[in-house]
Design a protein around this ligand. Structure first.
Ligand code: HGY
Ligand code: MN
Ligand code: MN
Length: 416
């Protein structure tokens, strides 16, 4: 006896072809992507997605943060939509699947419903959130954060990239300032399908991650002030060395994270030296510490220790020290009913699965503030992500999309 809807599956080749076609836009230098938010490449990727959605019979709405909402009508006009989203923007040396898989799998769900001739009670809205990565404009998940009322739009519009360009100017420049009030939309439910970006599912040989939680995050931006001086003629005892202070803070962050094992991470991905000249000791060093944990006490405890110890390290070297929290969300618990619908879909489809906590942050973390939300994950090779060598298999991609299809149908309801 076939399980309910066992025959309902996505078109794996069509999903894979769409992923490969999107990957041609904003190519990286090593086989991945550099399609950073609000660049011309982002604009080109948005237009391609819009064309595909138009071909699938979806109607587009865009809000003032450039979030794209592509609607497939339901039979009940009063029913709140089921949203299925993620992001098309990438890291500067990003992979082809981070975020993109979730947006294009959402489109594939709609394409498959069209093929199957299924009408749902609730509308379905495939969503592309602006600036999930936070690489060009901190913080991450900026536009979904404004949508959820975490940030004001003025704050978001004023965020600057390393060249001093603002989010608002760049959104306007690429022509994607929509007319919808951001956050006005109400959701019946929100699903996000995403690669794991970690090693667990592949190591455990599981096809599906049933995401129950997402770990919390702090991004602490440190500004250290030293004294610019000649690296050759300045005696060691006369140096005010902000670079050395930064190195000692990075070592301390590593120690704090290791002392909070298991279930804690800490590190630094971005550093700016000024004047960044080989033979000038830096007058200013700016860097962002990224700490995360699923445990609230550990997360906040690590922040407290780092913010207490960094000034002491700097004082010992005569270096000025200031810190600003430029990104934050607490650990997230996803909606148990939706989590169950994901697990049931995996079981109905015969896919191996396990509960998992998301190590990376996602727009679902903010969607969960305003609606029942959850995530589905597929493995990625070696757990590698935020790297152009990020890789998944077509089978992994399709299995998660099948689960998404079933969970969305379960939640949106098949019209009589
Ligand atoms: O930082 C994150 O976890 C996400 O990739 N923006
Ligand atoms: Mn992502
Ligand atoms: Mn990412």
């Amino acid at each position: 006896m076939a399980a309910p809807g066992e025959n309902m599956r996505v078109n794996a080749d069509r999903l894979w072809d769409s992923l490969m076609d999107m990957a041609k836009i904003g190519p990286g230098i090593a086989g991945g992507n550099n399609r950073q938010t609000l660049t011309d490449a982002d604009a080109e990727g948005r237009r391609l997605f819009q064309t595909w959605c138009d071909d699938a019979g979806l109607s587009m709405g865009v809000d003032t943060m450039g979030n794209m909402f592509m609607t497939r009508a339901g039979t009940d006009p009063d029913a709140l939509p089921v949203y299925v989203g993620s992001h098309l923007d990438t890291q500067p040396t990003g992979g082809k699947y981070d975020g993109v898989l979730g947006v294009l799998a959402g489109l594939e769900v709609v394409r498959s419903l069209n093929d199957l001739g299924i009408r749902t009670k609730h509308p379905i809205v495939v969503t592309n959130w602006t600036n999930e990565e936070g690489a060009r404009f901190a913080p991450a998940m900026l536009a979904s954060g404004v949508f959820a009322g975490i940030h004001t739009q003025d704050y978001a519009y004023a965020r600057k990239d390393p060249e001093g360009k603002t989010f608002g100017e760049e959104l306007k420049r690429i022509g994607w300032v929509g007319d919808e009030e951001v956050g006005a939309r109400k959701m019946h439910a929100y699903f996000e399908y995403h690669i794991e970006q970690g090693p667990i599912l592949e190591a455990e040989d599981k096809q599906i991650g049933v995401v129950t939680h997402c770990q919390g995050l702090w991004w602490l931006e440190f500004t250290l002030t030293g004294r610019e001086a000649h690296t050759g003629s300045t005696p060691m005892n006369l140096r005010v060395n902000a670079g050395l202070a930064m190195a000692r803070i990075l070592e301390m962050v590593q120690t704090v994270a290791m002392e909070n094992q298991p279930g804690a991470v800490g590190g630094v991905g971005q550093v700016f030296f000024s004047p960044n000249s080989r033979n000038v000791l830096p007058g200013k060093v700016v860097f962002t510490v990224d700490i995360r944990s699923p445990d609230q006490a550990k997360l906040d405890g690590m922040r407290a220790r780092i913010e207490a110890e960094a000034p002491r390290i700097c004082e010992a070297l005569g270096v000025g020290c200031s810190v600003e929290a430029v990104g934050h969300f607490d650990p997230v618990t996803f909606d148990p009913t939706l989590v169950t619908s994901v697990r049931k879909a995996a079981e109905d489809l015969g896919y191996s699965h396990m509960n998992i906590i998301s190590g990376a942050g996602h727009d679902a973390c903010w969607a969960a503030k305003v609606a029942p939300a959850t995530m589905i994950m597929c493995p990625c090779v070696g757990g590698l992500s935020h790297n152009e060598a990020e890789e998944i298999s077509k089978e992994w991609a399709a299995a998660g999309a099948d689960v998404l299809l079933h969970a969305v149908i379960e939640t949106a309801g098949i019209a009589e």
